[in-house]
Design a protein around this ligand. Structure first.
Ligand code: PGA
Length: 256
């Protein structure tokens, strides 16, 4: 973390885990553990069916609630999709877009993700735009090309003033859910590159202010050193966010 004024964000991405009841049990245990925790933002992204209850449960606490995805249209014949209006009505303030599982398992392309980003800012959400290279792309020297394309396409429909709603999550695909965290050097290098790209897209002031999170096998044992890196302003956490004690340690940068 640099000495800038960027407030760190610790975000839990629960993916397809936890029923609504299980989500409530998590909050019963988790909220007292992070009560009064300051100097950081804490965001939890449960499944769609737990969102309304989660918003209700977390109101007047330090925890903000995110959706894991969103379609860009307001309504219509889009079976199985969730609109910005639905998320607004549920009281959700954040949305995760472009997660690598959406890109690689469900075939979401850069164009669609760009439309979702535009729709999210137009509907006053804050959002995490996830980007990251596969192992094959890294090994073939394409990391910069991939990150540039994902960022440019993801952000091409918004204006510079919209960037205050955006946090970037750099998540190398090969480090997600594998237990294989990127090295500190790899994280530093990628985050520095992302900040430079943002500067090219929206100017140096925006680049200095935007928060860039790392994601990929973050856990209590490594969060402190990762958060200690310049240009790392938070973490997007999957597996290690499912247990209240574990995610509370991550929120507090506690190793054990
Ligand atoms: P992980 O997932 O922490 O389980 O690696 C991170 C993510 O996919 O956001």
């Amino acid at each position: 973390m640099s000495d800038s004024k960027r407030v760190p964000i610790l975000a839990a991405n629960w993916k397809m885990h936890k029923t609504s009841q299980e989500a409530m049990a998590f909050f019963d245990a988790f909220l007292p553990l992070v009560d009064g925790c300051s100097g950081r933002e804490v965001v939890v992204a449960p499944s769609f069916v737990a969102l309304e209850k989660a918003v209700e449960r977390c109101s007047a606490t330090v925890v903000q609630v995110a959706a894991q995805n969103m379609y860009f249209k307001e309504q219509g014949a889009y079976t199985g999709e969730i609109s910005p209006m639905m998320l607004q009505a549920a009281g959700v303030k954040w949305v995760i877009l472009g997660h690598s599982e959406r890109r690689h398992i469900f075939g979401e392309g850069d164009e669609l993700i760009g439309d979702k980003v535009k729709s999210a800012v137009d509907h006053a959400f804050s959002l995490f735009l996830c980007i990251g290279e596969t192992l094959e792309e890294r090994d073939s020297g394409k990391i910069e090309e991939v990150l540039s394309r994902q960022l440019e396409k993801g952000l091409e429909k918004i204006s510079a003033s919209d960037y205050e709603r955006i946090a970037i999550a750099y998540e190398p695909v090969w480090a997600i859910g594998t237990g294989r965290t990127a090295t500190l050097d790899q994280i530093s290098e990628a985050h520095g590159f992302v900040r430079k790209l943002i500067s090219g897209l929206a100017g140096s002031t925006v680049a200095e202010q935007i928060r860039i999170l790392y994601g990929g096998s973050v856990k209590p044992a490594n969060v402190k050193e990762i958060m200690g890196l310049a240009d790392v302003d938070g973490a997007l956490v999957g597996g290690a966010s499912l247990e209240p004690e574990s995610f509370a340690k991550i929120v507090k940068f506690e190793e054990n």
